[in-house]
Design a protein around this ligand. Structure first.
Ligand code: MG
Length: 401
């Protein structure tokens, strides 16, 4: 019997080719030429993730067999004793996804085959429309429809909206100010205008991005019911999920939730009580493919569909991982797509392609994606402290971004 293939090294690749700082793990194995890639991207705390991998996880996993994905995930979750935080979950995900990539390469199969095989040939995606006024947003939706997209998220001036009257008190600090009431009014006007212009054949989505107080979110979810959204996203903050029951009792607006979740107790009750319609976790934030697979299976039993988080601060490796889950999951709902530029395609050969509103896999073994490390090194992460996540209410008090 031949000796098992083991993990020889864990390398962290940090790169900043677009808006987001990306963390990608490369697992080197004892088999010459065999390695795996995993996404560990936590845009605004990337250095903490890199340190967690290099100082804490790498010494634990080097020398272990590459074929024990389940055991490695579970031990990584508990051997630090304290668990379920975003930094460590991302670090664990980098290793977990890389092990799935390696297992696929060893089996000479794409990861979706290891999960159980395809339920569909491609994953329908949604893209983001925005604009300075309702007609500009409608024009943006129409332009996407021309390109074949059938699902479009509609925002009216980014998260929380823009151009609210400036009523901050004297001495208030700088920041990204927004007014929840102004945001609700302008968004409802925009959705009404867009639906009137684009008709019923395109699916519209909207992301509250947890900007509202719970009772305002209840009222807003009722107000948007008439626009027949595909889903309303992050209506509530993770801290306020007990309010989902109130929304459910009052309207049939489909609800998507979870991109901030990192503890199973956050998603379990929402699924089991059928309080949401789509789970939306950022799979590196959950700990990787292994827990995402588990949640997809669990959600399927309750009629809850998947809509994994897919913005530009999920690395292209993470997007590939999302796609393998999408192609397999019987309860796939939709995939968010951020339309990476040519530089990302050059840096990450195999990055999934989107045509006519569908994302396709390349059917190579494993995750089917690689990284050009020389090119990645040309775009080192740089800090950008002043950013939209320093959000403030009209009186200057801190708010969720
Ligand atoms: Mg979102």
């Amino acid at each position: 019997m031949s000796s098992p293939i083991t993990i020889q090294d864990v390398q962290v690749i940090l790169t900043h080719p677009g808006r987001a700082r990306l963390v990608v793990v490369k697992l080197i194995t004892s088999e010459p030429g065999l390695y795996g890639l995993g996404c560990a991207s936590f845009n605004r705390r990337y250095a903490a993730v890199a340190t967690a991998i290099e100082k804490h996880l790498k010494p634990f996993v080097v020398g272990r067999a590459v074929d024990r994905i389940e055991e490695t995930f579970r031990m990584n979750m508990v051997h630090g004793y304290w668990r379920n935080g975003p930094v460590l979950n991302n670090a664990i995900s980098g290793i977990d996804q890389a092990l799935w990539d390696i297992k696929g390469k060893l089996a000479n199969m794409p990861v979706y085959q290891l999960l159980g095989g395809k339920c569909r040939e491609a994953a329908a995606v949604y893209v983001h429309a925005d604009g300075e006024n309702p007609q500009a947003v409608a024009d943006s939706v129409l332009a996407y429809m021309e390109q074949g997209f059938r699902y479009v998220r509609v925002q009216a001036g980014g998260y929380g909206g823009r151009h609210a009257p400036d009523v901050r008190p004297h001495g208030a600090p700088d920041g990204f100010y927004f007014d929840p009431k102004h945001y609700m009014r302008t968004t409802l006007r925009t959705l009404a205008h867009v639906r009137g212009v684009v008709g019923e054949e395109v699916e519209l989505l909207h992301d509250i991005h947890e900007r509202l107080s719970p009772i305002d979110a209840v009222g807003f979810a009722k107000e948007v019911e008439r626009f027949k959204l595909f889903f309303l996203e992050d209506a509530l903050a993770p801290e306020d999920t007990a309010w989902f029951q109130r929304i459910r009792q009052q309207c049939a607006t489909p609800l998507a939730m979870g991109e901030l979740f990192n503890h199973p107790h956050e998603w379990q009750p929402l699924i089991a009580k059928r309080l949401i319609d789509f789970i939306r976790m950022h799979i590196s934030q959950m700990g990787g493919l292994t827990p995402a697979r588990d949640v997809a299976i669990f959600a399927n039993m309750y009629g809850v569909r998947t809509a994994w988080h897919g913005p530009s601060d999920v690395s292209p490796v993470g997007h590939a991982a999302n796609l393998h889950l999408d192609l397999w999951a019987p309860n796939f709902g939709i995939q968010e797509w951020c339309r990476f530029d040519e530089l990302h395609y050059e840096m990450f050969p195999g990055l999934p392609e989107v045509r006519n509103g569908y994302m396709y896999a390349n059917d190579k073994p494993g995750l089917g994606i690689d990284v050009n490390e020389k090119l990645a090194a040309q775009y080192p992460p740089h800090e950008n402290i002043s950013w939209w996540t320093e959000s403030r209410l009209p009186d200057g008090s801190p708010a969720r971004p």
